[in-house]
Design a protein around this ligand. Structure first.
Ligand SMILES: C[S@@+](CC[C@H](N)C(=O)[O-])C[C@H]1O[C@@H](n2cnc3c(N)ncnc32)[C@H](O)[C@@H]1O
Length: 264
């Protein structure tokens, strides 16, 4: 998720076939239909623009947390720690600190970037040999980098704007932070839609984070970023997703919050 003090995409990519009006040309529409099939023109246009922006940040910063607009790797991992609390009902404890999800757990990661969540889980040995992780991202450069770097047979990476496979747990870290020039109400509808789709593909639970409108570094006029109301999104998880249990985490950061939602 873009942090307010992280490098900003002040100059998003200007490829005339991928951005703004250019995305409406017949050629761009045809390409878009191939890349992101089966969605409305406006959704596809938005996705091409988001993809172009993250392709651009990846070109600028390479395979680093900064490319995913995190201030630092430490900040990126701090968010993973919160998201991983989704596993809590389903962990094996070894000693005081060692926990991991049991057995053949499957994971969806929507907006996976270049694959840092898989690496983070793997380094902590939280993924059993029979576990499966599927990362989805709009940005071709992010997905290419993930595929090139992560050769683990438990991991797969797809260029897509939605989770196409069912999994036990789903994550979205930083996925909703960059709204470009989309007005807040439209972006909220969009996020709600994407979250409903992701929830439908999640057997046990879903965790996502967003920039906090009440955060210390909130700059609401700072074009391009979406600042969300934590209570609104916790209530969304309960009422619109129908989660049996919801947990809202907001104390770990002055920038953002995390919503954990379980089916049971
Ligand atoms: C801020 S980056 C975070 C990447 C990674 N999750 C991390 O924590 O480093 C957000 C990523 O979400 C992707 N993204 C945004 N909306 C998406 C969607 N609907 N489906 C798939 N990827 C999406 C962007 O392309 C970008 O790579």
């Amino acid at each position: 998720m873009p942090e307010p003090d992280a490098p900003r995409p002040a100059e998003p990519a200007r490829d005339p076939d991928l951005c703004g009006d250019g995305a409406r040309t017949p050629f761009a529409k045809a390409v878009g239909e191939l890349v992101f099939p089966g969605m409305t023109d406006s959704r596809r246009e938005l996705y091409l623009r988001i993809a172009a922006t993250y392709d651009w940040t990846f070109g600028l910063h390479g395979r680093t947390a900064r490319a995913a607009l995190w201030h630092s790797r430490r900040g990126q991992h701090l968010r993973f720690v919160q998201l991983a609390r989704l596993f809590e009902p389903d962990v094996v404890r070894r000693g005081r600190l060692w926990r991991r999800p049991r057995g053949a757990v499957t994971i969806n990661d929507l907006g996976c970037g270049y694959g840092p969540l898989f690496e983070w889980l793997d380094r902590r040995r939280w993924l059993a040999p029979e576990a499966r992780y599927i990362g989805y991202d709009l940005s071709e450069r992010m997905i290419e980098s993930a595929r090139r770097t992560v050769s683990d047979p438990r991991a797969a990476f797809y260029m897509a704007g939605e989770a196409t496979e069912e999994a036990d747990y789903s994550f979205a870290s930083g996925t909703f932070g960059m709204k470009l020039d989309v007005p807040d109400p439209d972006w909220e509808l969009h996020c709600g839609d994407v979250l409903k789709g992701l929830w439908a593909q999640s057997r046990r639970g879903l965790a996502f984070n967003m920039l906090n409108i009440h955060g210390r570094h909130t700059r609401p006029d700072d074009g391009g970023l979406y600042y969300a109301d934590p209570d609104h999104w916790a209530a969304f998880a309960e009422r619109k997703l129908g989660a049996a249990r919801v947990s809202l985490l907001a104390r770990y950061s002055s920038h953002d919050f995390t919503v954990l939602a379980w089916r049971r």
